[in-house]
Design a protein around this ligand. Sequence first.
Ligand code: NAD
Length: 498
Amino acid sequence: MTTTVDTPTDLDRTRFFIDGAWATPHGSETHRSVEAATGELLGTAALGDAADIDAAVGAARTALDHGPWGHTSPAERAEVMRAFAGALAKRATDTSTLVSRENGMPIGMSQAVNGGAPVLLLKQYAKVATSLDLETVRPSHSGATIVRREPVGVVGAITPWNYPLSLAMMKIAPALAAGCTIVLKPSPETALDSYVLADAALEAGLPPGVLNIVLGGRDAGAALVGHPGVDKVAFTGSTEAGRIIGAECGRLVRRCTLELGGKSAAIVCEDADLDVFRRGLAGASFMNNSQTCTTQSRILAPWSRYEEVVDAVATYASELTVGNPLDPSVACGPMASETHLERVLGYVEAGRESRARLVTGGGRPAGLDHGWFVEPTVFADVDNQDTLAREEVFGPVLAVMPYTDEDDAVRIANDSEYGLAGSVWTADEEHGIELASRIRTGTVGVNYYELDLGAPFGGMKSSGIGRELGSEAVDNYLEYQSVYVSADAMARRREEQA
Ligand code: NAD
């Protein structure tokens, strides 16, 4: 028997960020982080267990209940958040390169979503923090009621690998604005970039225990969800895991928000400009090699223009440059891991075995044998009951299907257990906006699809519960408390405050 011993790399990470310092893991399990484009070792990272989670929750609890953070004003928190944004901005180039190497995201996009977006989010929620109305007084039947908004408490945040830093920050930034403390458990697939957050938090002077990061797998995630010191769980990931986490939170009566999977549809109307549609496919269907929850993998086309649409999608897919995501000319990088590649190829196989017609792609691209590449693939004539139309592929495999009229298109789009995203392509934008209201998804794009950090984002049906982003997201991290005060006491209070 031979044992492979990995040569240490600059990216090896052996400790966790707990209580503002680097903590030694309780166990000895590690994760091998492999570069998606080459299959070569990037570095190893320690994997945490329930004892590490316990230490992190303890630190977050103390920082909230006994530390300075629980008593900071929104303005003080905003200042810390701006310093955190500055420290992350300095690291933006390194961060985006690292994530591209970990999960295959094309570098230009990584610069925007892993380098830029976390900084923007911190600044956005620093502003929100200072505009929060945390106390109002309203008259009551026999006195007055002070309505307060308080931090929900310790937040357990669990994130996936596809947009690791922006998804983490979509939880951390509003939680900090509200005055919460946080334990983040990132996904092992993107283990290494989470250390950038810790480095930046240290440099920015976040008080100890306010943000704690413990890398780990499913068991560490489950330990966080069930820990008695956690007040709220913020989860992004698969619907399968979301069901388990939601059930546990229900049992514990623990607050939780769930951002889950999708199987979104793009409706191409009779009057659509196919050039606009073709250009829009980058944002709607192929973002991050289609390893995106909002991927519109069902393309609905009217019979009258069906072959035209099939041709437009297939041509676009076949012309995408597939390759190393660090090359700025590459539009489609590899899948994040070998396991994920196998999963995506399994869906290609399911398409081949169905009655659907393979129009382009259908396997691994020639000449890219190292790394986890898959050809952008398009199937036409897919039935909406086929596996390819029901299940989330999370890779560049699209299904085109025909519809008879607009009602039929809406029916097919809504005939899904998911309800995350969608789009409408039409020359009549007013009509597109109206049509959007018939689609049961949390977001809909008209003639383009691009996430807006300033507006609520999330899913209907099995795509989740709750919303992130926008100023509304702070509500996830605040609790109401109503204090009933007699008329006399209220009058005395006013006098004292005058
Ligand atoms: P995943 O559900 O396998 O894992 C997500 C995270 O949850 C990881 O950190 C994992 O370790 C942890 N986890 C898994 N099972 C758990 C459990 N039972 N208890 C506690 N923690 C658990 O998802 P993934 O493969 O990392 O990510 C892809 C999925 O995420 C896709 O379904 C995608 O649609 C979804 N996603 C949704 C959004 C959104 O905003 N709606 C955004 C990005 C990704």
